[in-house]
Design a protein around this ligand. Structure first.
Ligand code: UTP
Length: 291
């Protein structure tokens, strides 16, 4: 079957960004010149996804408004003759077919995925965590879909993780890696380094078969008392083959202030309109710092 739907998970509280996230969804924080959520939507579209399901929560209205047309603003820009901006605003609201659903209680990532069950139905689907920004020539999700197509089994995006960071990720036990793909033999959520079965950490892109929903429904709360997607995938392994893909690209964890700042600097240095001035500015800052 083809992967037609992507579920973008944006219901977490974003406590690491408090106090900003009291009134502002973390997914609306800026990365260079766009909010984080727009990168997730664009990656889905550029990967051939036809329908986007966004799992949100209370205090996330700004996300829904962002992708809606604003006729008042469009009229204003038209009157002012700001045609380039007007075109940009129209492209934004026509960008994708997005359906929203709310996770009523923040019971964990696994629970957030389960919230989308009715909208996904009985077909394989993609999951995107918008905190993980992946800068790649071929969109990371598209890479995963290409790995899924001949195998028709769940695919997890993985990357190598430094020893000190193993306890921040779901870590897989992997079979032999061939062409960047390995069978997943087991997985553990946020292990202590000594208990980690490998250095391959799961990052925020997945292709999942619909069997994951029953697995999540059977998953008890795990780490932090949350229903963990990793634990549900570990259950799924008993019935289905699951694969890991070492995708090509640079991933930025924008889920905490310093990570977002680093992503901003790196991505802005790639932006032709900003690169030269930013480089000069950074040099000056570093020079003054050492004085
Ligand atoms: P995080 O672990 O980053 O949690 O969630 P968070 O609440 O977003 O942020 P912090 O840790 O409090 O700062 C990983 C992903 O799972 C989603 C988040 O939106 C993020 O995409 N999530 C987490 C939910 O949608 N619902 C939940 O109940 C928990």
């Amino acid at each position: 079957m083809k992967v037609r739907k992507a579920v973008i998970i944006a219901a977490g509280w974003g406590t690491r960004f408090l106090p900003m996230t009291r009134t502002q969804p973390k997914e609306m924080l800026p990365l260079v010149d766009k909010p984080l959520i727009q990168y997730a939507v664009e990656e889905a579209i550029n990967s051939g996804i036809e329908q986007i399901i966004m799992v949100t929560a209370i205090a996330k209205r700004a996300i829904e408004d962002y992708f809606e047309p604003s006729f008042e603003l469009e009229n204003f820009l038209q009157k002012k003759g700001q045609t380039r901006l007007l075109k940009k605003m129209r492209e934004l609201s026509n960008m994708a077919d997005i359906t929203y659903i709310r996770q009523k209680e923040q019971l964990g990532l696994g629970h957030a995925v389960l919230t989308a069950r009715g909208l996904v139905g009985n077909e394989p689907f993609a999951v995107i965590l918008p905190d993980d920004i992946i800068d790649a020539r071929k969109p990371a999700l598209k890479q995963l879909i290409e790995v899924f197509e001949p195998r028709q089994g769940s695919i997890l995006a993985v990357e190598r993780v430094a020893p000190a960071d193993l306890n921040k990720y779901g870590i897989i036990k992997a079979g032999r890696i061939s062409g960047g793909v390995a069978r997943v033999l087991g997985l553990v959520e946020k292990p202590e380094p000594a208990q980690a079965p490998s250095d391959l950490g799961v990052v925020g892109r997945y292709i999942l078969t619909p069997a994951i929903f029953d697995a999540i429904a059977q998953t008890p709360p795990g780490r932090n008392e949350e229903i963990q997607l990793t634990d549900a995938i570990a259950l799924l392994l008993a019935d289905e083959s699951v694969y890991a893909h070492l995708f090509k690209g640079i991933r930025y964890d924008t889920g905490f202030p310093l990570g977002l700042l680093k992503a901003n600097v790196s991505m802005a240095l790639k932006n032709p309109d900003m690169r030269t001035e930013l480089r000069e500015y950074l040099k000056t800052v570093l020079k003054n710092e050492t004085i």
